[in-house]
Design a protein. Structure first.
Lengths: 301, 341, 231
């Protein structure tokens, strides 16, 4: 079955939804840290990269899949905590521009270290490659990973929503992202809330690393760099200041990129980055607060 | 006016000194000096906009790229064009320009491009501006990579006459510094800096933030285009060499030096470039004070990256503290001497 | 427990907001702090909770609070109802209250019944978004939120600001009830006469220093008040 306008079939649609789901998770990861720290972590993609390299190493060492995933989580969480202490804490209170450039520097630094360590060609992560093969459902091929990604993303978002609304720490995190000073004044522990946000953000990065390595098993030092930039654009376009619009923005840009990638012929699809970013700029000009931001909160950035 | 001239003389002096130093070394080492001087031009271009407006731009390297493409296409000998750039648009195939002319046109193209891009973008601030200018970089990179009617596409620019020597790069750096100085001392520069310090107050007295930013953006695009023209005549330029890495390193130079002063821009460019060049040499094996040093490839980026991260985290105002240098040794707050309320 | 402020000095850059201020607030007392704008009243409260740079001494009972982080001060038994109420508009009333629990020291459930008696509106609108409440209702929520932590000391920064007279009555009545329960209350206010009448004693601050202390029966003495304000 095809949609006549563009060449969109179910397979492309599924791929678009999967990429949207992956980017939505990244958007949440970036958004959580932004909420409590007012810091845009340009180096988020490097967390994903680190996780991906962990998976690659595990597969190179012949570890079972579950062990590789555990290593991935361990590496990403450790790196997240290191980032929090070495980069986020000293940067607290600086202007958003300084924070952006600083995390840009950290991203560049981590990429250079990976380049030194693993070389430009990087490593290959085999383990879950079987998920990249398609399921055939009534003569339509949908890659297993697409279904897995969508399901995992929905589960993660649902769990996160429960965490934020039903638990004490979740309430503290929400309050901290709205008004940190007043929250502290009420007794909310600043460091605990920040560390929690960083850890969840890291966990999401690890999940994304697993999802991305299935589709792209060649892990290079610039793994997820382009994705981060696109997700950041999506988050800002969606509406950085509120969590739901930010996530929607990440999803939207992922979905658009995925569908266009599959639907357009190659000589047009190579221009997708330009198209996507032109759209991003357009949205920023027309609705600088974000496409999906219908609240009346004051612009913070 | 004497005090203000000091702000021009010091950066000029540094650059001229660097150029003169370059004449004393071997021809192969001279390339590093020339490269440094071209980077000075780029960083000064960045300062003109970012330093004066306080708005972050990730997109200036697109103007460098456009300048490089323009100058490159104009100076590749017409006979060679079909071989290197088979899909080049007809009207470009037969255009040729002299070296200096190509640089001028490159600068003009950079300025016009910046003006066009700036018209919509100068309304934005903060993070939105950062993302939008990043978008400009991405769009330019994407288009230049695949659009073979305007250049070599994914291939490197070859057969471009290597005319950028120490003297040309030095003169261009001097030109850029003078332009930056004149701009920042002008009414436009001072108005723009006022908006950087206190947006609301500046608007209250009628300054058009948008107009001042657009002027600065255009001037900086012009300088960036010039630098791009120099670049293409120095090294075989490829799309990826005017993309993220160059964006990062030139921003690093500006920040490490001190974003808000011309002196800072020049100091940052010279210092970081010197370090980077030395590290690049060390990666090939060199000796320092009698010790043999052979760094693994990629160390240069790590050191520079760590340095930039460290400076940003520990001393965001940079090496110079964002101030211009007075020769008598008393730092003068060059950016905006406003009366403290 | 008694709140003791001794030799408090607050400086913001070049501005000397509070100079060598000393006073105490004992359990079951309401102490008022009044004065013209910029006198340093809010700065005093901020210094006590750790939100402003200060030197001197701020003690609750015997333990020194100055230099501690805001969340630690809150968990020591001091609750601040900030100027402008600072409630979380996008959270529900109930969530706002739950947030107040962050400062609690005890493990057992707080006395919600008593709170709802003082401020029935908080119970009535518990599922509504806090931003939908009126100014007066938000003020009551802010005080309830502070009380949920069962503090020893309650600090209030201009609670009657922007409120209709009838609502101001509700607030002052509640303060009287809170005083009955044995809390120490420090009340910063613009409404000079009302404060002087309600408090056990009222300090007048001007230019960061304590000028005069008024007793409740001096509430009608406008000359003395004006002289203190203008000194």
């Amino acid at each position: 079955m095809t949609l006549a306008i563009l060449n969109i079939d179910w397979s492309t649609l599924a791929d678009g939804l999967a990429l949207g789901a992956t980017y939505a998770l990244m958007a949440v990861g970036i958004g959580l840290v932004f909420g409590v720290l007012r810091l845009v972590n340009f180096a988020y993609g490097q967390l994903v990269m680190a996780g991906a390299f962990a998976l690659a190493l595990a597969s190179e060492w012949g570890w079972p899949v579950w062990a590789g995933i555990v290593l991935c989580f361990a590496v990403v969480l450790a790196l997240s905590i290191a980032m929090e202490h070495l980069v986020f804490r000293p940067l607290r209170g600086h202007s958003p521009a300084v924070m952006l450039v600083a995390t840009f520097a950290v991203a560049f630094l981590l990429q250079s270290i990976a380049l030194l360590w693993f070389g430009a060609l990087g490593k290959i992560a085999f383990s879950l490659a079987f998920l990249n093969r398609p399921w055939t459902i009534s003569s339509v091929d949908i890659r297993k990973i697409a279904i897995v990604a969508i399901v995992v993303a929905i589960v993660c978002l649902a769990l996160l929503q429960l965490l934020l609304t039903r638990t004490e720490i979740g309430l503290h995190m929400r309050a901290a992202s709205m008004d940190f000073a007043t929250s502290r004044m009420l007794g909310v522990r600043a460091n605990r809330v920040i560390s929690f946000a960083v850890l969840i953000s890291g966990a999401l990065a690890a999940i994304v690393a697993v999802m991305l390595t299935v589709q792209n098993s060649q892990v290079t030092p610039d793994f997820a760099l382009r994705d981060t930039i696109v997700v950041l654009a999506g988050v800002v376009v969606g509406g950085l200041n509120r969590p739901v619009p930010a996530t929607l923005g990440g999803f939207a840009i992922g979905f658009a990129t995925g569908v266009l990638g599959g639907a357009l012929p190659t000589n047009q699809s190579q221009y997708i980055p330009a198209i996507v970013f032109a759209a991003v700029i357009l949205v920023l000009l027309v609705r600088p607060r974000g496409l999906f931001d219908f609240s009346r909160t004051v612009e913070r950035v | 006016m004497r005090r203000h001239l000091e702000e021009l003389v010091v950066p000029l002096g540094l650059v001229v000194a660097a150029a003169l130093l370059g004449t004393l070394v071997s021809i192969s080492t001279q390339t590093y000096f020339t490269d440094t001087l071209v980077k000075v031009s780029i960083v000064v271009a960045l300062y003109v906009f970012i330093g004066n407006s306080g708005v972050l731009s990730f997109g200036h390297i697109s103007f460098v790229a456009l300048g490089a493409w323009t100058a490159g296409v104009l100076t590749v000998p017409t006979s060679e064009k079909p071989a290197i750039m088979p899909n080049l648009a007809d009207f470009l195939v037969h255009r040729h320009a002299s070296n200096v002319m190509s640089l001028v046109i490159a600068a003009v193209v950079g300025g016009i491009a910046a003006f066009i891009v700036g018209i919509p973008l100068m309304r934005l601030s903060g993070l939105a501006a950062g993302i939008a200018t990043f978008g400009v970089l991405e769009i330019t990179h994407n288009l230049l990579t695949y659009e073979e009617r305007v250049g070599p596409g994914q291939n490197a620019f070859s057969s471009v006459p290597e005319t950028t020597g120490l003297r040309q790069a030095g003169i261009a750096a001097v030109v850029c510094i003078v332009v930056a100085f004149v701009y920042s001392r002008s009414r436009f520069g001072r108005l723009l800096r006022a908006t950087r310090e206190d947006d609301a107050a500046a608007r209250a007295v009628g300054t058009s933030v948008y107009r001042q930013r657009l002027i600065a953006f255009t001037v900086s695009g012009f300088l960036a285009g010039l630098a791009g023209g120099l670049y293409v005549h120095l090294l075989p330029v490829q799309v990826n060499s005017v993309y993220l890495d160059l964006t990062f390193i030139t921003l690093a130079m500006l920040v490490v030096g001190g974003t808000t002063s011309l002196f800072g821009a020049v100091v940052g460019a010279l210092a970081v470039s010197a370090l980077d060049s030395w590290l690049a040499v060390a990666e090939n094996g060199t000796s320092l004070f009698g010790w043999h040093i052979d760094l693994p490839p990629g160390t240069a980026e790590i050191v520079v990256g760590s340095l930039m991260a460290a400076v940003l985290i520990l001393r965001p105002s940079g090496l110079t503290g964002g101030r211009e240098l007075r020769l008598r040794g008393v730092p003068w707050r060059g950016s905006a001497s406003r009366a403290r309320a | 427990m008694t709140l003791t402020v001794e030799g408090l000095d607050v400086r913001y850059g070049g501005v000397h907001a509070v100079r060598d201020l000393s006073f105490t607030v004992g359990p079951g007392e309401i102490v008022g702090l009044i004065g013209p704008n910029g006198a340093g009243k809010s700065s005093t409260l901020h210094a006590i909770v750790g939100l402003a740079p200060a030197s001197g001494s701020v003690r609750l009972g015997d333990s020194e609070l100055l230099g501690r982080r805001p969340e630690e001060v809150a968990r020591s038994g001091i609750a601040l109802v900030p100027e402008g109420r600072r409630i979380f508009a996008e959270l529900t009333v109930e969530e706002n209250l739950r947030l107040g629990l962050a400062g609690r020291r005890g493990r057992d459930a707080p006395d919600y019944a008593g709170l709802f008696e003082l401020f029935p509106v908080v119970h009535e609108f518990r599922s509504r978004q806090a931003g939908a409440l009126s100014g007066g209702q938000q003020q009551q929520l802010a005080i309830a939120r502070a009380l949920v932590a069962e503090p020893d000391v309650l600090l209030l920064d201009e609670p009657s600001l922007g409120l209709a007279p009838s609502v101001v009555d509700v607030v002052f009545d509640a303060l009287a009830a809170i005083k009955e329960r044995g809390l120490a209350v420090l009340l910063v206010e613009q409404r000079a006469q009302r404060t002087v009448a309600a408090a056990d004693r009222t300090h007048v601050l001007a230019h960061g220093a304590l000028r005069v202390t008024l007793a409740p029966n001096e509430a009608g003495d406008t000359d003395k008040l004006v002289a203190a304000y203008l000194s």
